[in-house]
Design a protein around this ligand. Sequence first.
Ligand SMILES: *Cc1c(COP(=O)(O)O)cnc(C)c1O
Ligand code: SF4
Length: 403
Amino acid sequence: MPEDYLHELRVVSSVLPFKVNQYVVDELIDWSAAPDDPIFRLTFPHRDMLPPDVFDSMSALHLTAASPDVIRKAAREIHGRLNPNPGAQLAANVPTHQEHPLAGVQHKYAETVLVFPAQGQTCHSYCGYCFRWSQFVGNAEIRQVAPDVGRVVSYLEEQHAVTDVLFTGGDPMIMSSAVLERWVDPLLTPALDHIRTIRFGTKALSYWPYRFTTDRDADDLLRLFERIVAGGRHAALMAHFSHPRELQNPAVEKAIRRIRDTGAVIRAQAPLIAHVNDRAEDWAGLWQRLVELGVVPYYMFVERDTGAHSYFSVPLTRALRIYTDAVRSVSGLARTARGPVLSAAPGKVLVDGIADIGGTEVFTLRMLQARDPRLVGRQFFAHHDPSAEWLDDLRPALGSWWP
Ligand SMILES: *Cc1c(COP(=O)(O)O)cnc(C)c1O
Ligand code: SF4
């Protein structure tokens, strides 16, 4: 790569995390199309991922050969300006248990508890747009980490409304099967019979499918899924797929088949991202192939207002058009993907359409998930604004209720 680009890479990756593995480099990126190749854009830094003034100040430090310490300090100051925990995650989602905040746990929606296992806070490669980037930059103040499963279990024993536990990160599939068992097996006891579904949020099928095929402990992982299913519970892989390219390797097909043979169900979700998957045919191709492989399309997200969002975000109007065009060209089996969805502080907001109501052009919006369960399903209206990218950019229309 040219020295100019290597400089940009060093500057951006001293603020935002960068990591790419051999599989992504050898099997996913089409180097003849780089740098515009979607998987290159997905994983490799670009200067526009940082606001211009931030890039320039960090660039100056590198050009004057500042010490790693000085660069780290400057980076830490910048992290605070990039909205490291969007949607009030730390302030509003962390529950209190026995009078203390339950570290590494989020309980935003009544039925689902998120767990961030300490050993799972990295990924096989990093996505440039990641909204969990603050987990990876070695800054304890903005990280969410559960040290062990003990307090999680004692919290769940009291929370009878919880049906789902979702292991997230990072990527929980980065953990060895032995470590993962230490997190999962304690949930499979009769005392936690109200936990009906164990979910794993993962991009390992895209970034390291061998996790489920030839890794030394791949079979142990599949046995773990089988144990969950054998106990009458549901094992769900919430797989992150960004682009149909990620489904083309035979290793992925084999991994999907092996997971499905355990009785676990794979659902697919990803954000809609400029430079990566912002064409309807990307999504139609992805959903169609997923259905053929037995994977259920689940969510199409809007890029969150954090980290490198200025480079990756797509206006809501365009996102809606891409979603609608993609949905139109696939059968009902692929239309299980809901979107575009904003995972915002009050809940998951669906951009349902654009309508003309009595001469006012509005976005019609709907709460798919809400911090307050009574608000699930609630519709509301915002003035149509073709440049709006997030809930904060919208204004209520027609005297609408607002979350
Ligand atoms: C999306 C999300 C969930 C899961 O929601 P489902 O609609 O049940 O998939 C749970 N907790 C948080 C904080 C979320 O953002
Ligand atoms: S796999 Fe998920 S958590 Fe990991 S970098 Fe990508 S978006 Fe972030």
